[in-house]
Design a protein. Sequence first.
Length: 374
Amino acid sequence: MRRPSDISDRPITSRRAALQFVIAALCLQLAATLAAAEARVEMLGRLSFPDQAAGTNEKPLVITGLSGVVWLGDTAWAAAMDNSDQLVTFTLQLSAKGAPTAVANVQTTRLEARHDYEDLAVCPPGLAERITRRFTAKGRRDPGPCLLLCEEDTPAIRGAALADGRLVGMVPIPTVLQSRRANRGLEAISVEPDGTCIWTANEEALTLDGPGPSTTTGTVVRLVAIPIPTADAAREKTSQQFAYPVDSPHEFVEFLKGEAFSGVVALVALGNSRLLVLERSAARGLPPLENRIYYVDTAGARDVTEVERDLAARPELFVKKRLLWKDALGCNLEGLALGPALPGGAHALVAIADNGGIGTPTQLVTFRLTGAGL
């Protein structure tokens, strides 16, 4: 019989390492749970956006149909104008608490091609470096800082040079997204804070997945995470897809016959597979519009990439969501972006309202996001 001193301590060390791993995993899960429980959104204020800007030929350009917004750093922002070839840049001043105080320096850049651009995001560093290498290897001028724009007419995610509007390439998207409903395709885009993936989503259910919304029912869309491979990656990783249930249209008093609709119009990536999802509901009645911001954690959700059709009939696959804010502001919020840090560990959120050609002003609405673990 071996004496205790002869027994190896390897099994004990192995068990200790395994226990430490389990504890670390539980701590991460607890941190994510606490972030979900504590995340809060508070509206701070709203501000009308100028209705004209200097065009590329110095003639005034009417600002209409702004359907996406993104923070470029400091006070600089950019917005996407749908059904056009225009990119809008501007500066936005925020108060110390995050309320909007002034919009200035509104300028437009003509994009190389016209599309139904719906949202935009800053091109992450890894992808930007690949674009630069590709251009310089061919002896072409470096396009410099780029934006990613999602458009729903092709549909596609396109890269565009911020300086001159050149289109610099396309991000491959899952083929299932081709089965979009007319004018209800790719509507939202956001990039993970660590630059590892691009998030996008269709506005309403794909034709393969189920019905669009009705007056009393919602619809199911796909939240898609497209990974950005590193330069030394052996092969490109495949995307992940998650089933997101959109609320039914809001309650309203009908005064004109017509369909009501409800869908996803913007995403904000918070890191670690967490998202803010902006839903927009509209109807021919009073109130005509409602917007909702939900918190979603996809870390424990089922990947539905292999579900090729009838996704709406699989409620057991739907991601869980938690309502943070909703209101009928009387404006059509279509874009939402994370902005600068605010005192007390909060962050500014900036939403943009599309005037929709109905005579209401284009507006900026700001929020305070707290408790999201950013």
